[in-house]
Design a protein around this ligand. Sequence first.
Ligand code: ADP
Ligand code: MG
Length: 205
Amino acid sequence: MLDTDFFRRWMTATAAAVDREADRLTELDAAIGDADHGSNMRRGFTAVRDVLEKEPPATPGAVLALAGRQLISTVGGASGPLYGTLLRRTGKALGDAQEVSPAELAEAFGAGVAAVAQLGGAQAGDKTMLDALLPAVEVLADSFEQAHEAAVAGASATIPLQARKGRASYLGERSIGHQDPGATSAALLVGALVEASAQIAGGGA
Ligand code: ADP
Ligand code: MG
């Protein structure tokens, strides 16, 4: 079972991964956007880490709801409301449970990803974060490692795609040949689940 501390570690591990990879995220966004995705994500998840430390929530759902609100209030770019909605909706789906199973997390995360699709109007193949998130949701109940691999593969698979949503879509065919920054950061978020579960005594989810 995954407890509140697991969810705090998930957010902390995401903050660390985003910090580590911020330059790469910004380089990817420089190619097909406005070169701010690394700094947007770093600002957002640093604020998430800080607020979770200052006001530790009591349940897994409350951790994600607070993290989502923090992203929405600190990140100006498109990714702030989208990631914020992902975490808030996932947290809401977890309800007041003190602990959740990986299957329950997978179902809740699926609801979060669906909310991202609804908010942004994007679908699979539009060269957005959804291209990493949707394949991850498919296997999340089975294993966090597999979900991470699926997200990384999904992010790589955005390279030959033409962007149909967001800033990159203004480039038309010139968006082809570059990996989507948001799909890349989404793979970091999913990879942080693996890191958070590696810290459970006895290992694994
Ligand atoms: P901005 O585009 O406002 O500069 P960011 O650079 O932080 O914001 O984030 C860009 C990323 O947001 C893109 O790489 C893409 O993955 C994601 N994105 C943009 N628009 C959408 C959308 N409508 N639906 C889903 N994801 C989107
Ligand atoms: Mg940008």
